[in-house]
Design a protein around this ligand. Sequence first.
Ligand code: UDP
Length: 363
Amino acid sequence: MTKIINICGARPNFMKIAPLMRAYGDHANIEPLLVHTGQHYDENMSNLFFRQLGIPEPDVNLEVGSGSPTRQTADIMTRFEPLVIEHKPDWVLVVGDVTSTIACSLVAVRHGVRVAHVEAGLRSFDREMPEEINRVLTDSISNLLFVTEPSGIENLRREGVPDDRIHFVGNVMIDTLRANFDKAQASTILEDLGLAPKSFNVVTLHRPSNVDDATTFARIADAIDTVQQDLPVVFPMHPRTRNNLARLGLAERFAAMPNLRIIDPVGYLDFLKLMGQAAVVLTDSGGIQEETTILGTWCLTLRENTERPITIDQGTNRLVGTDTDNIINAYRKCRSTNLATPPVPDKWDGQAAKRIAAILAAT
Ligand code: UDP
């Protein structure tokens, strides 16, 4: 038997873990356990995704809750360690680049347990991003590195990772998109919000570099103001961003935009429908750059860099930074350019989790 403890903790992890838990079912020799660290815990950042994506109830919830990244890291490690000792797994499998990813990987290696990292090798080369540190550290202690795009292979080779540890398997987040696309069409979110197909824009923001800094956030707010004068904007707001609005004195600035709808974060199916039907998505999310590429929707990434270059080279993503005029100019360009259906990146075919499960089953 191959015993695998699978880790999830924050919203973008749930889309990645769902197809893996399903794919393990094809292998009688895999015994999966699911651990939720509790990094995200409320209904619309966690529970809803378990129900909508059919993720099994976690075997254990570490319930770390919110707190500074340092405290979260420490709490996850302290609470995860007894599980590793008790279960003696063959693998700890981690996904993505969140605090739970590095915290659980560190505990595993301390106990001589091998680490498998899904979405390995992505690099923004921006060490000010907490996620970049999580990626680099997790990859450096992983035994199996599952890569989504060719840049990941190059990055890992350059860092000296031996080829036999690197597996180009495709993108589990796109497995979830493909598995749920038809179901998402039944979402009534457009009607609920009074939006017409391809006649509105979507905004999401949650990166600390954008929403913790008053000047940067205000520059972005100015751009959103212009964008909402062209087409209605729906902004499902991350809890971190919501907390910062009042603190940074920006609540009134946003409240004065008549065509802007700020709503709570929505479930995956509603969000998939929104992304697919949007004219333009403006975001600082990692995963959304990939999803819009497959959906054929323009994506303006409000960052200076991306760890997912294939979404620019082959997809619908454009890096625009956080300068107000740059965002507005790029937005206008999208609005006046017909988007050809982009080619599908290699292996973003909905089968990534199956490839990963097969490799793990053979270990
Ligand atoms: N998402 C969602 N509801 C929302 C906003 C995003 O279901 O209101 C999904 C989105 O489709 C993607 C994931 O959440 O699958 C992205 O998560 P996030 O932006 O928090 O993380 P990142 O990708 O930046 O790590």
